[in-house]
Design a binder for this molecule. Structure first.
Ligand SMILES: [Zn+2]
Length: 135
């Protein structure tokens, strides 16, 4: 058996198993090879080999990229849904970490030193470069 990389006129790529390339040619000639996805009979053999790229890329789902403005908007939405604890942020985050306060989503301001200490203590915080709109 040989495995051939095939493509249809719709750009679908798939593998076909044949007894030999002669058997493939014969089956193609008889219209017995069809695309498993769209049943097209317009099948072409792709050159095999890991470095040959041809035709439509197999990847159709591309992760949408997010730009800086969208990221800021997203962070602002998250921030809007958080309880504002202001400059008590470091204390409150630490209390939540040690389960002395109920776990919830909070936001606030912290000094750089506080922020670094929180991170070093393993408190789950995310420093955000958001402007404080009140000041
Ligand atoms: Zn197809």
């Amino acid at each position: 058996m040989i495995v051939l990389n095939l493509t249809c006129n719709g750009g679908h790529c798939f593998e076909g198993w044949f007894a030999s390339t002669a058997a493939f040619d014969e089956q193609i000639g008889q219209g017995r090879v069809n695309c498993p996805r769209c049943n097209s009979l317009q099948i072409e053999r792709l050159p095999s080999g890991p470095h040959v790229v041809r035709g439509t890329p197999a990847i159709t789902e591309v992760q949408p990229s997010i730009n800086f403005e969208q990221m800021i908007a997203l962070l602002e939405r998250v921030a809007e849904q958080s309880e504002d604890v202001g400059d008590r942020f470091a204390d409150e985050a630490r209390r939540m970490h040690f389960e002395e306060a109920p776990a919830r989503r909070i936001k606030g301001v912290a000094t750089l030193t506080d922020t670094i200490e929180l991170i070093e203590d393993g408190v789950a915080i995310i420093p955000l470069p958001l402007p404080d709109k009140k000041h």
